[in-house]
Design a protein around this ligand. Structure first.
Ligand code: MTE
Ligand code: MO
Length: 443
């Protein structure tokens, strides 16, 4: 048998490859000399300036003249070093006094499409990130079921799996801004959310197997981390689309997302999606004081509070431009793409409108790519930039018939004392210079 030489080909660039590199450079040299100046092509939005003396064209770059790293240098791949700004950032405001109980905000202004890469996924942990050994982790399911069980992770994965794309959003997303803007940043204003493709099993599949008793009305979910995060879930949601997931964007859940397993309640408050899931107990009554660590409620202006609200309302934000992505380099008369994210925990996004004057007039944006229920939906609008000051906002509506309220409408209904479920229209002020600021339109 012929021995396969694994390494000889990598050792130097072959003669034909060398010729190709050289001719590419020559082509650029000629092209640059021919078409110096500004070119406007048909599809690209801004004019393209070609400079004959551009060193990026004329000079040979080090990466073109030496061998690169072997691919196996990082067996688990990492982003380019030049992408070092695309990172999660810590929210100090909600840090409950220590570093472990932290919130890492997702860089939504850098997001592309509707999937958040696992390393950038928003994360909230009340007791730090538990590093669980899956071999020592069990899921106990008991209470009002015919056959209580304790499953190893391997046993759990014997259930037929499903894969679904859903966002997870903390109901406190945007919560610091009830009384007015707090952050000149898209990441801090709305980054308590992310969207991923989750793989796991529907809870109804397991319950069919072990038998749910008819009087079971509530499910307590508890995590194996130090915070336990006890939460009670109404049985209707459990039997609808609640999942136990172990996969996140084609790989195992990240520890920050609850490795090895978490509860996923599509469209419902993130805090209910208990991570590091260890126990599910079914009961005929809800738990409030004992096992359940906390319950999010909403104080209304009347002094009464909404006790049960779970699904997240229809919402949206423009992510480009935003304070991190201003239009300071855009010239008057140039076309620019406005992009953003819309989502609803109650259904599928049906459409998004965009305003340039703080809500007096609206135009329809285009929905881009996949439009899925209870998932981020990307919207886009091509706009001719005129260098005029703008009050730029987006207003999403879903197929359940909900539409985002104005700040005024939201305040009339909810006052400003609540923390959770803010979904009023988000406005960016674009100045005559193209700078972008976080503002609220109160009229
Ligand atoms: N066990 C456990 N589950 C938890 C938490 C926690 O601290 N411990 N935080 C909750 C909160 S408040 C939110 S918003 C979501 C955040 O999910 P993520 O970190 O995957 O974004 O997880 C929830 N599940
Ligand atoms: Mo949260």
């Amino acid at each position: 048998m012929k021995k396969i030489d694994l390494f000889s080909k990598d050792e130097k660039i072959s003669a034909s490859e060398e010729k190709e590199v050289k001719s590419r450079r020559d082509f650029f040299k000629k092209a640059a000399q021919l078409s110096v100046g500004t070119v406007t092509a048909a599809t690209i939005l801004g004019p393209v300036e070609i400079k004959a003396d551009d060193p990026a064209i004329l000079e040979e770059q080090p990466w073109a003249t030496t061998l690169g790293d072997p691919v196996t240098k990082n067996r688990y791949g990492l982003p380019s070093l030049y992408e070092h700004n695309n990172i999660r950032r810590n929210m100090k405001l909600l840090q409950s006094g220590n570093w472990q109980a932290s919130i890492a905000m997702c860089p939504i202004h850098e997001s592309m499409g509707i999937i958040t890469p696992n390393g950038l996924f928003f994360s909230r942990a009340h007791g730090g990130v538990a590093q669980i050994d899956p071999n020592k982790h069990r899921l106990m399911i008991h209470g009002l079921v015919e056959k209580p069980i304790v499953l190893t992770m391997d046993e759990l994965k014997r259930y037929p799996s499903v894969t679904r794309t859903h966002f997870i959003e903390c109901p406190a997303n945007g919560g610091p801004e009830w009384r007015g803007p707090q952050f000149n940043s898209a990441q801090f204003a709305k980054g308590m959310m992310s969207c991923a493709e989750w793989t796991g099993v529907y809870l109804k599949t397991i319950l069919k197997d072990i038998g749910l008793k008819p009087n079971a009305k509530w499910m307590l979910a508890e995590g194996g981390d130090s915070s336990h995060m006890g939460r009670t879930i109404p049985i209707d949601k459990v039997l609808d689309d609640a999942m136990i997931v172990w996969g996140q964007n084609g790989e195992a859940l990240r520890p920050e997302q609850g490795y090895p397993i978490r509860l996923l309640l599509p469209g419902w408050e993130g805090n209910l999606c208990v991570k590091w899931l260890a126990r599910l107990e079914f009961s005929d009554k809800p738990w409030y004081a004992k096992e359940e660590t906390a319950k999010y409620t909403a104080l209304k202006p009347s002094g009464k509070a909404i006790q049960h609200f779970y699904a997240l309302e229809v919402n949206s934000i423009i992510t480009s431009p935003c304070p991190e992505k201003p239009w300071t380099d855009i010239k008057k008369g140039q076309l620019v793409e406005i992009e953003g994210l819309a989502w609803s925990g109650m259904g599928t996004i049906k459409g998004v409108d965009i305003t340039f004057d703080g809500g007096k007039n609206w135009v329809k944006a285009e929905l881009k790519g996949l439009v899925l229920p209870k998932a981020w939906t990307r919207f886009s609008y091509i706009y001719k930039y005129e260098g005029k000051p703008l009050l730029l906002g987006s207003r999403a509506y879903d197929d359940a018939g909900h539409i985002q309220p104005t700040v005024k409408q939201e305040r009339e209904a909810m006052g400003v004392e609540s923390v959770y479920h803010r979904n009023a229209i988000h406005t960016w002020e674009v100045t005559a210079k193209g700078e972008v600021n976080n503002v609220q339109v109160l009229s």
